[in-house]
Structure formats: structure tokens, C-alpha cells
Ligand binder design. Structure first.
Ligand SMILES: [Zn+2]
Length: 72
């Protein structure tokens, strides 16, 4: 059932690009009346995680919250 997607890491300073398997849990957003498949990816390079929404066979990265460590 799981499919890998070609994604690009959205984290600043990381240019990882490739095929990645999303985390298994696909849930609608809390409080949402519309099912929006959102998956989590973890970058194999910087280990950063991000969320993306599945749109058809495409994935659209959701905006990152500025919670990452500040640039050194
Ligand atoms: Zn990365």
C-alpha cells in the first residue's frame, strides 16, 4: 500500500532529493471535515521531518514551521 514519492527536502541548507517512503500514518487533519491525506517524511540526510499533502500522485510540501535550529 505504501508508495515512495520523489521529494526534495525543504529544510534550509539541505538539498537532498530522491525517492522517499512516507511514514505510514495518513490521517485527516484534526477538526477538518475534508479528508486531506497528509504524510510525514524524514530526510535521510539531515534527519529533518516535514509534512506533505498528497495531491493525486503528487506531493506538495506543507510550509515548515520555523522551529528548526537557527543557522549557526
Ligand atoms: Zn534534508
Amino acid at each position: 500500500m505504501l508508495t515512495s514519492y520523489v521529494v526534495k527536502c525543504p529544510h534550509v541548507g539541505c538539498d537532498w532529493f530522491g525517492s522517499l517512503l512516507p511514514h505510514s500514518d495518513v490521517k485527516p487533519w484534526p477538526g477538518s471535515t475534508v479528508t486531506r491525506p497528509v504524510v510525514r517524511f524524514q530526510c535521510p540526510q539531515c534527519q529533518g521531518e516535514w509534512s506533505a499533502r498528497l495531491v493525486g500522485e503528487d506531493v506538495r510540501p506543507l510550509p515548515l514551521k520555523e522551529v528548526a535550529a537557527p543557522l549557526a
